[in-house]
Design a protein around this ligand. Structure first.
Ligand code: PLP
Length: 370
């Protein structure tokens, strides 16, 4: 029997994206222009309660420029999780500051507030928590620690478009937040990022850094980058913005079906949603105990045609690129998560029969190992 492979992620691009891109191409203005400005306003209204918002060419650029604009640099420390994509710590390191890796709490895989507290030193400038997999980080606890110690909070909202905590949207909680628009994220512009800022001044600084330090042409005020988004990419993003809420609802419905089918299987823990959290399921990530994760992954793929992903197999503090910041660091919950997590398909293109096949596959693999 051959079955069609269910991919772990699937970007959806349709006629509306093509139409918007075509309109921009025909306009003859394809670099950063009016389409980007409109996209910024629409994105800010949609996700960030109208905060001043700046579009850039990637999420990573957004994080890097946001940190620079917030005054982070050499001599500063920024507390980050190790259990995340390397861009989080990379953006800190690229400013000249030191990423300080701390452990996660086991339910949501996000920064452990007690561990954050223990890592604060006189050099700590801020905390960069990640709304991992689309679930908000421990918002009340982290914001309270930041306030108590006079620290900034830089949100990594790369995976969390539309998530919220007790009615407060992610992207409105810190000094700034970064959203990624990479194709596998909950919406895309091809490549791209958005920086939602707490003040107009911060947004102005990000705008300057995005464009060679210029507000007025050839009157460069500071040393900056070329991190501009193009109008072509903004056109894709604007089309996606009209559809992302429907996709998010579909992700949430898919997650409910998976929860119902998987929650009672011994050895498997389905995603935890904290009371007060809206989870947007960038990933639907289960834990598989007893060292069985890699077997699950292989058998699901080879025998059931179900793709899955491990985000992330190597904690950042163990990566060749970043381990120099934290030699000999032990982060037990981070290590355990890296060994146990498996993200199953949850994307909005799944058919009911795909969900059934995912559940049947996981159930069969669990039985075979019991
Ligand atoms: C995708 C991602 C980024 C970086 O975004 P890019 O648009 O790929 O540069 C940063 N942090 C996390 C957690 C991500 O998932």
């Amino acid at each position: 029997m051959t079955v069609e492979f269910i991919p772990p992620a699937k970007p959806i691009v349709g006629d509306l994206e093509r139409e918007y891109v075509d309109r921009v191409l025909r306009s003859g203005m394809i670099a950063q222009g009016p389409e980007v400005a409109t996209f910024e306003r629409e994105f800010a209204t949609h996700f960030a309660a109208g905060r001043p918002t700046v579009a850039v060419n990637s999420g990573t650029s957004g994080q890097h420029l946001g940190l620079l604009a917030a005054g982070v640099g050499a001599g500063d420390e920024v507390i980050v999780p190790s259990f995340t994509f390397a861009a989080t710590a990379n953006s800190v390191a690229l400013t000249g500051a030191t990423p300080v890796f701390v452990d996660i709490e086991p339910d949501t895989f996000t920064l452990d507030p007690d561990a954050v507290r223990a890592a604060i030193t006189p050099s700590t400038k801020g905390i960069m928590p990640v709304h991992l997999y689309g679930h908000p980080f421990m918002v009340d606890e982290i914001l309270a620690i930041a306030e108590e110690h006079g620290l900034d909070v830089y949100e990594d909202a790369a995976q969390a478009h539309g998530a919220s905590w007790n009615g407060r949207p992610v992207g409105t909680l810190g000094t700034f937040a970064m959203f990624s628009l990479y194709p596998t994220k909950n919406m895309t512009s091809g490549e791209g990022g958005m920086v939602t800022c707490s003040t107009d001044e911060l947004a102005r600084n990000v705008r300057l850094l995005r464009n060679q330090g210029m507000e007025t042409q050839y009157a460069n005020e500071v040393i900056g980058f070329n991190a501009r988004m193009t109008d072509v990419h903004a056109a894709i993003g604007r089309a996606q913005l009209t559809k992302v809420d429907g996709w998010t609802s579909q992700r949430q419905r898919n997650a409910e079906v998976l929860d119902a089918g998987l929650a009672s299987i011994p050895g498997i823990t389905v995603p935890v949603v904290r009371e007060g959290a809206v989870h947007v399921y960038h990933q639907y990530t289960i834990r598989i105990s007893d060292g069985e994760r890699d077997r699950f992954r292989d058998v699901l793929k080879n025998e059931h045609g179900v793709g899955s992903g491990v985000y992330y197999p190597i904690p950042n503090h163990r990566l060749p690129s970043l381990s120099g910041f934290a030699p000999n660091l032990e982060l037990p919950e981070t290590e355990r998560a890296a060994a146990e997590v498996l993200s199953l398909p949850v994307h909005p293109s799944l058919a009911p029969s795909d969900l059934e096949r995912i559940i049947a596959g996981v159930t069969a693999v669990a039985r075979a190992g019991a």
